[in-house]
Design a protein around this ligand. Structure first.
Ligand code: FAD
Length: 406
């Protein structure tokens, strides 16, 4: 029987401990907080978007996404559904293939894991932060914050990322990985709102509309999303803005800020937009801003006209061809420049992390230190929103647990 340590009682650590114990090992799980799964509890607005029916490596990002294909090829959706069914957690499906526990409560996921750990005789040590990992005489020595030392045959490192410190996240996982000579790519925040310094845009605060959002660099579209955008006092939020935040922040990390292009009327082509305007503009005396009141939410006409460089006080009859084109561009291709990235406080995930070239995708074993396994968001892989991040945590945790041959 092997003595296995799991560092971190979050998504990947919980499932890793279950599988490692099932193999007949003696498993000790260290969690630095007073409770297990604090981040799991806040997922999916407390409903836990546990996975996605349309699981695809294309929904993941990082320097080597081929790693994801290998991982999901070994422990993918079917294996995840089977595992959760076997512990009494059936799934329900919602829009976009998003899977949730049928209870629609993340607390039920954590409670069921707590029961499984107990049943499989995992020794759970709460309020125990691991501060050091070293090797001595072929064994691992873990040091806790209280200077206790414990030795193990193998270690599963599942401390998560530094995103969302409100749920207890910190940078300690990266420090532990660096201390054992793993390369760590500097993390940056992903799936979070975007700052837009253009003050005029802030007047749209509170408006929520369906938009197309693209990220453009030197005339090239880098990524795009379609969905709700919420205009805020500092920039933009809402699902479509969150979707493109990774792409924006990745470029900002390299020191170049691309532009964001917002299509405020994604349901219409520019020609259709032109026809709509022409059919509305039958009164040449109408103030331009007022002439758009039937088409736009409050404050929008002044802001869109202002950004397009048009005078809201102008008369409809005074508009020439180029002014009309500028207005249509403002409605269909509103260009804004993002500001500095917002912080990890608001980020759902952290991109960057441990270089996956140094990890075996079949077992999660480190290629730098044999007997050490690395799982979850600590790795240089992050997923889109929609259940992909938890799925990566379940898959990597399960593979690391299954690799613990007693
Ligand atoms: C607000 C929010 C909503 C989200 N919603 C979703 C969603 O609906 N669907 C989805 O797929 N993903 C979602 N995510 C992302 C998802 O929660 C994470 O990707 C996932 O939890 C990562 O799992 P993990 O095991 O790597 O880390 P975590 O789940 O963060 O677990 C790491 C654990 O390790 C502990 N720990 C850290 N260091 C130490 C140490 N040195 N010693 C002992 N213990 C330590 C931490 O306290 C923590 O409990 C959301 C994230 C946030 C912040």
């Amino acid at each position: 029987m092997k003595k296995v340590a799991v560092i971190g009682g979050g998504a990947s650590g919980l499932i890793a401990a279950c599988f490692a114990a099932e193999k007949g090992n003696r498993v000790i799980l260290f969690e630095k907080q007073k409770k297990l799964g604090r981040k799991v509890l806040v997922t999916g607005n407390g409903r836990c978007n546990i996975s996605n029916r349309n699981l695809d490596p294309l929904n993941y990002h990082g320097r080597n996404t081929g790693f994801v294909a290998e991982v999901l090829g070994r422990f993918g959706l079917d294996e995840t559904v089977d595992f959760f069914n076997s512990i009494g957690l059936p799934f329900v499906e919602e829009e976009g293939g998003r899977l949730y526990p049928a209870s629609l409560q993340s607390s039920s996921v954590v409670s069921i894991f707590e029961y499984e750990l107990l049943k499989r005789k995992v020794d759970v040590r709460l309020h125990r932060r691991i501060d050091g990992i070293s090797r001595s005489g072929g064994r691992f020595v873990l040091e806790t914050a209280g200077n206790e030392k414990h030795d193990f045959d193998s270690v599963i490192l599942s401390p998560g990322s530094c995103a969302f410190p409100r749920a207890g996240a910190s940078r300690i996982g990266y420090e532990l990985a660096r201390s054992i000579k793993h390369r760590v790519y500097e993390p940056f925040p992903s799936i979070l709102p975007l700052n837009v310094p253009l003050k005029m845009l802030h007047r749209l605060q509170g408006i929520k509309i369906d938009c197309g959002v693209s990220v453009i660099d030197a005339g090239r579209e880098l990524c795009r999303s379609r969905g709700e955008v919420l205009f805020t006092a500092y920039g933009i939020s809402g699902p479509a803005a969150l979707d493109v935040s990774r792409c924006v922040n990745e470029h900002a990390m390299r020191g170049d800020l691309p532009e964001i292009e917002i299509d405020l009327y994604p349901g219409y082509t520019e020609d259709q937009m032109r026809s709509i305007l022409m059919s509305m503009w039958n009164d040449p005396e109408k103030r331009l801003a007022f002439s758009l009141f039937g088409l736009m939410r409050k404050n929008m006409p002044e802001v869109i006209l202002g950004i397009a460089g048009l005078d809201p006080e102008a008369r409809v009859g005074d508009l020439d061809e180029s002014s009309i084109e500028r207005l249509i561009a403002g409605m269909k291709r509103l260009r804004i420049t993002p500001g500095d990235p917002r912080g990890f406080d608001e980020a759902v995930v952290a991109a960057g992390g441990v270089d996956v070239e140094e990890v075996n995708p079949h077992t999660m074993e480190s290629k730098i230190m044999r007997g050490l396994y690395i799982t979850g968001e600590l790795l240089d892989i992050d997923g889109d929103s929609g259940g992909y991040n938890l799925q990566f945590a379940w898959s990597t945790g399960a593979l690391a647990g299954m690799a613990q041959q007693p």
